[in-house]
Design a protein around this ligand. Structure first.
Ligand SMILES: Cc1ncc(COP(=O)(O)O)c(C=O)c1O
Length: 390
């Protein structure tokens, strides 16, 4: 049994090349960083021990993916999410965003349109633009903090020639875990125009009861691409390991060719070791983590409702990232970022997710509860300053 106090323990991440703390604390050593999406928790002991054991062998030469790296992953996603895949349908990659670029190169041409649903994780847009493809926006529909898909906007993009769509499920930053009916309706629309669905499911493990993750892989369509990783779930992002899953053999051959053309390989000796171990033995730790995060979310919701009455925190079906609408007090995210910096807390700017995020901040709640509350108290100080309410 993993006791909640495991996650309460403060963790000093300074001087570990940790982006989250180093950037936030460059100007202000006392800053509470609640921005980039990794967690201020220790990874599970099974992972730490596996890495130590591998590090103890004093050679770190060229490394290959083994069959049991794939079978551990297959069992994990079947066990936890009812997703069915075979070994030959898995391609290992250094990152999910690398996987998106592989899809863009293999399945589209320069100038082709790719649909996004902003506000959405910024590197989606960047990978489309940097590969010479065209972003076609179908912004999510906002109503009092709750977001839904705008299928008419998706249809308009398809009418205008879009060839592919990047779905974020669960959605970073708005916290939706898309429901089966929503995924099915979206897929029916895309397939009626022959457009590819590429589904980023890196946050799949952070869907909270009563909701469950509904993967695009459950749709009866071989041409769907799903991107997965253990990196968010088990705090392994620095190791750089992800997977692309697709049931279509022809598409898989195209992805492999694309990887070879760019010299992209996944064979990091530590990443493979840690990922397999997490998939095999991480369940108990993950269940305890999710319970802790669910309580952090509840505490944050109550804190914001009590102390920042004009702010709207979107309901969080999934992820550990709160999406806070502060437009009623001040419409410019930049002003919020400055005020927060002054009060010693750092969030991700809403505009990182597109212009639809103007006036919003994204709050990373995956840290010890006391630390989260300290960050929220500092946000409250910024809120009181900008709203003139104390
Ligand atoms: C939705 C989403 N996709 C992808 C990534 C990054 O994945 P990777 O580091 O594997 O490229 C993140 C990281 O925050 C994310 O939130």
């Amino acid at each position: 049994m993993i006791h909640p106090s495991f996650f309460d323990e403060p963790l000093n991440r300074r001087e570990t090349r940790c982006i989250k703390w180093d950037v936030a604390c460059r100007e202000n050593a006392d800053c509470v960083p609640m921005w980039v999406a990794d967690m201020d928790f220790r990874s599970p002991d099974c992972v730490v021990n596996a890495l130590k054991a591998r590090a103890a062998h004093p050679t770190y030469g060229y490394t290959g993916v083994k069959s049991d790296d794939r079978t551990a992953m297959i069992d994990y996603y079947r066990r936890r999410h009812g997703m069915i895949m075979e070994e030959k349908q898995i391609l290992m990659l250094p990152g999910v965003i690398t996987g998106m670029r592989v899809c863009l190169h293999a399945l589209t041409e320069k100038g082709d349109g790719v649909i996004l649903q902003p506000p959405v994780y910024g590197p989606f847009r960047e990978s489309i633009e940097k590969t010479g493809r065209k972003v076609m926006k179908a912004p999510l529909h906002w109503e009092n903090g709750h977001y839904t898909m705008d299928l008419e906007a998706v249809r308009a993009a398809l009418e205008a020639g879009a060839r592919m769509m990047f779905l974020c499920n669960p959605h970073n930053p708005v916290g939706r875990a898309w429901h089966q009916e929503e995924i099915e309706a979206l897929h029916a629309l895309l397939s009626s125009y022959g457009a590819y669905l590429v589904s980023d499911e890196i946050h799949a493990d952070f869907v909270y009861a009563p909701r469950t993750h509904y993967s695009a892989l459950r749709l009866p369509d071989e041409k769907i691409v799903v991107l997965l990783a253990a990196s968010k779930t088990f705090n392994l992002a620095g190791l750089q390991q992800a997977s692309l899953v697709c049931r279509d053999a022809g598409m898989m051959a195209g992805f492999e060719e694309e990887m070879a053309a760019h010299g992209t390989i996944a064979g990091n000796v530590f990443a493979l070791e840690a990922t397999r171990e997490a998939y095999l033995h991480g369940d108990e730790w993950l269940d305890a983590l999710k319970a802790y995060l669910a309580e952090n979310i509840r505490v944050a919701q109550a804190f914001i409702a009590r102390n920042m009455p004009h702010a709207i925190l979107s309901p969080m079906e999934a992820t550990y990232l709160g999406w806070l609408d502060l437009r009623a007090v001040e419409e410019k995210t930049e002003t919020w970022m400055h005020a927060c910096e002054k009060h010693g807390v750092m969030f991700t700017s809403g505009t990182f997710f597109g212009e639809e995020g103007e006036g919003f901040l994204r709050l990373n709640l995956a840290c010890p509860r006391e630390q989260m509350l300290e960050g929220l108290r500092r946000l409250q100080a910024a809120y009181e300053e900008l709203s003139g309410e104390a």
